[in-house]
Design a protein around this ligand. Structure first.
Ligand code: SIN
Length: 189
């Protein structure tokens, strides 16, 4: 059935930019209208969020990324223009305490700024693990796994995706190196 004109305008207004900085960069299991390399200011990516539902379990959580406020820092990732209906899927995927947060997103290719959202798991949510020394975080990631696969693969896929985007992140790449050392030569748990 053809939509009346009024509905078409409404449909156009229901498009939103979403900024992905973790698995949303490399696991794109949702439809999008456009995708652009992008950045947000004032945030840094940290493996400080517990994962009960994807890369760990409630009893043995994994460690996945969230963003923490960091004035002056630029976090690079991927922005997707999506139809509003896609939020149902994304909200479910990010259900372990991630909340939509409105931000300004800089789109690299066109050098434009748009308003959009990102999913952030704030300090104090029930699954938040917070900071720890890198070798502890690496050992934690090396042993954890959950319904979506191993925590190691989450980290290494993210490190690889950031490398391919030419968007290096010392926190992610430092942990990836430690985890690869820990799990080398058949020592992988
Ligand atoms: C994101 O990728 O933007 C959110 C965190 C994640 O799902 O890994």
């Amino acid at each position: 059935m053809t939509a009346p004109m009024g509905n078409r305008h409404t449909a156009r207004a229901r498009r939103h930019w979403v900024f992905g900085y973790g698995s949303l960069i490399y696991k794109v299991d949702f439809p999008f209208l456009r995708r652009e390399l992008a950045a947000v200011s004032g945030w840094e990516r940290r493996f400080w969020q517990g994962s009960h539902d994807h890369r760990g379990t409630v009893e043995a959580p994994g460690r996945v990324v969230t963003l923490v406020p960091s004035p002056g820092t630029v976090c690079r990732g991927m922005a997707y223009l999506i139809d509003e209906s896609v939020f149902e899927h994304l909200d479910h995927r990010e259900k372990n305490s991630y909340r939509r947060h409105e931000v300004d997103i800089s789109l690299a290719a066109t050098d434009t700024a748009v308003t959009g959202v990102l999913y952030v798991a704030d300090e104090g949510n029930h699954a938040f693990l917070g900071p720890a020394p890198d070798d502890e975080i690496a050992a934690h990631i090396a042993r954890a796994s959950g319904p979506s696969g191993s925590n190691r693969d989450y980290l290494l896929q993210l490190a690889n995706a950031l490398h391919e985007l030419d968007a290096p992140d010392p926190h992610v790449h430092g942990l990836a190196k430690l985890v690869q050392e820990l799990t080398a030569d058949g020592a992988r748990p």
